[in-house]
Write a protein that binds this ligand. Structure first.
Ligand code: SAH
Ligand code: SF4
Ligand code: F3S
Length: 473
């Protein structure tokens, strides 16, 4: 492993662009020999951060001449991995096994693995030993290097492995292949410094680094000029944005700067850690015309004891007070959350506290997870206070409660007319289009594909629990 911060980000961008130029020629030559274009297939697991990284990887692959396919029977397969829970890892190994047959058939095929799982040395050892058909392995800190790694692979025989333990560099201005023409994720920070005791992310994504406001604003302005109307600002804890910058800039200030960008219509962000959510941010949100009325505010547990063991730095009461403050300042806000059931020290009483929070806050939706032990985190050494059966029972109970409440909460806008950004034609019924409300809920209504990327006024006629049926007015 290496810790690389010798060169500046501008030099690195130029260097990578030169490599891409060289590779473009080489790929074109191989393609000529074969008499067909070379194809790539991109698979992405995990969170929005990974999705954004995959767009960057796809941008590089398109630039050097690969053509996208959904089939794993391709010339370049890249799998961006997640390791937040054990089952995320198992899925990757399963998929890898299946790829062997394509590789046997196609001598030109390259398989690349990257992302959070690759930052764990045990994983890389296992792949080196048991999955010899993998060609390239890299991690979360050097996504921008893909072209260089492909070039190295073309010139060498063995597996190319390049994992960095950390980085202080942020390499700007490389290509990115956007999934939607009208909306886009924008990284505002990388890494995490919170070390919640169950979580592997700080170990695989490194220390918190914020992008400079001017770089973020430049990127958003370019996106808007290119047709983007909605952006999602991305970070593991956006509320601590700017703390490492000189001079410091708060997240609320950054939002105010972004709000000024002409042509940009909607601003979303993810994720907010309750401990760092400032009054300033609530005020900016309440007064903003562009920031969406949606806040993802992971609670993780309702028990102050468990929250302490989780190293979350807030109590149940702190969280509920914060929710009250937000709801008072922004009455039509939609709140969503993440909850972990079965953290090692969680007892039946602790779980009842979680249920109590769910009943009091009444989330629009909640992602519920069963605790998964991650080796290397502090919680991995804690004794379990409950059995697997008890945890499973709690999980089912919670899911049921969350869904019942969400159904009622989501219905509260029934009968109103709202602005909807159309995202696509409905997958089940082509006479309908699907759009998103400011609060993140989906609406299906009669429409045509030319509405995609446009804002429509839609009457929400009927709530179906997690989505609405509507019609344009
Ligand atoms: N940075 C975000 C969350 C990133 S991970 C935040 O702090 O809110 C997304 C979610 O996965 C977390 O909110 C948590 O609920 C869940 N998670 C993380 N580690 C987990 C583990 N070891 N077991 C089960 N769920 C976990
Ligand atoms: Fe993980 Fe906590 Fe960081 Fe979120 S804030 S990524 S849960 S350590
Ligand atoms: Fe998974 Fe990495 Fe995101 S572990 S949840 S892809 S930061």
């Amino acid at each position: 492993m290496s810790f690389n911060n010798q060169i500046t980000s501008e030099e690195e961008t130029l260097r990578q662009k030169e490599i891409m130029e060289r590779l473009k020629e080489r790929i074109a030559n191989i393609s000529k020999e074969l008499g067909r274009p070379l194809t790539y297939c991109s698979i992405c697991f995990g969170c929005q951060m990974n999705a954004k990284d995959s767009e960057k990887l796809e941008g590089i692959l398109e630039t050097i001449g690969y053509v996208r396919t959904d089939s794993e029977d391709c010339d370049f397969l890249i799998m961006n991995t997640c390791t937040v829970r054990e089952n995320a890892n198992l899925r990757v190994y399963g998929r890898l096994g299946q790829l062997k047959k394509y590789k046997k058939k196609n001598p030109h095929m390259m398989i690349a693995l990257c992302g959070c799982m690759m930052q764990e040395s045990l994983v890389v050892e296992k792949i080196k030993e048991s999955y010899r058909h993998v060609d390239i392995i890299f991690g979360t800190h050097n996504v921008f290097k893909l072209a260089e790694l492909i070039e190295t692979k073309l010139d060498t025989k063995g597996m190319v492995i390049d994992i960095w333990e950390g980085t202080s560099e942020i390499v700007e201005d490389l290509p990115s292949d956007r999934k939607y023409s009208f909306k886009c994720g924008v990284n505002i920070m990388y890494g995490c410094n919170n070390f919640c005791s169950y979580c592997i992310v700080p170990y695989v994504r490194g220390r918190e680094r914020s992008r400079k406001p001017e770089d973020i604003i430049k990127e958003i302005k370019e996106l808007v000029a290119d047709g983007v109307v909605e952006i999602m600002l991305l970070g593991q804890n956006v509320n601590s944005y700017g703390k490492t910058l000189e001079p410091k800039v708060s997240f609320a200030k950054l939002l105010e700067m972004i709000e000024e960008i002409e042509g940009l219509k909607r601003i979303r962000f993810m994720t907010s850690h309750p401990k760092d959510l400032s009054d300033e941010l609530i005020e900016v949100m309440a007064n903003s015309k562009k920031i969406c009325k949606h806040l993802h505010l992971p609670v993780q547990s309702g028990s102050s004891k468990v929250l302490k063991d989780m190293n979350r730095s807030y109590t149940k009461e702190d969280y509920l007070t914060l929710v009250d403050k937000i709801k008072t300042a922004i009455p039509d806000i939609s709140l969503t959350t993440d909850i972990i059931v079965g953290f090692p020290t969680e007892t039946e009483e602790d779980f009842m506290e979680t249920l109590d929070v769910v009943k009091r806050v009444r989330y629009d939706s909640a992602f519920t997870f069963i605790y998964s032990k991650r080796t290397g985190t502090p919680a991995a050494n804690m004794e379990f206070a409950s059995t697997d059966e008890q945890i499973k029972e709690r999980f089912d109970l919670l899911l049921n409660e969350v869904q019942n409440i969400a159904k009622e909460t989501c219905a509260r806008f029934e009968g109103t007319t709202q602005e909807v950004l159309v995202e696509g034609v409905n997958e089940q019924d082509a006479s309908l289009v699907t759009g998103r409300l400011s609060n993140n809920l989906l609406v299906h209504f009669p429409g045509t594909s030319d509405m995609i990327g446009k804002f429509m006024e839609v009457k929400l006629k009927e709530s179906k629990g997690f989505y609405y049926l509507g019609e344009t007015v």
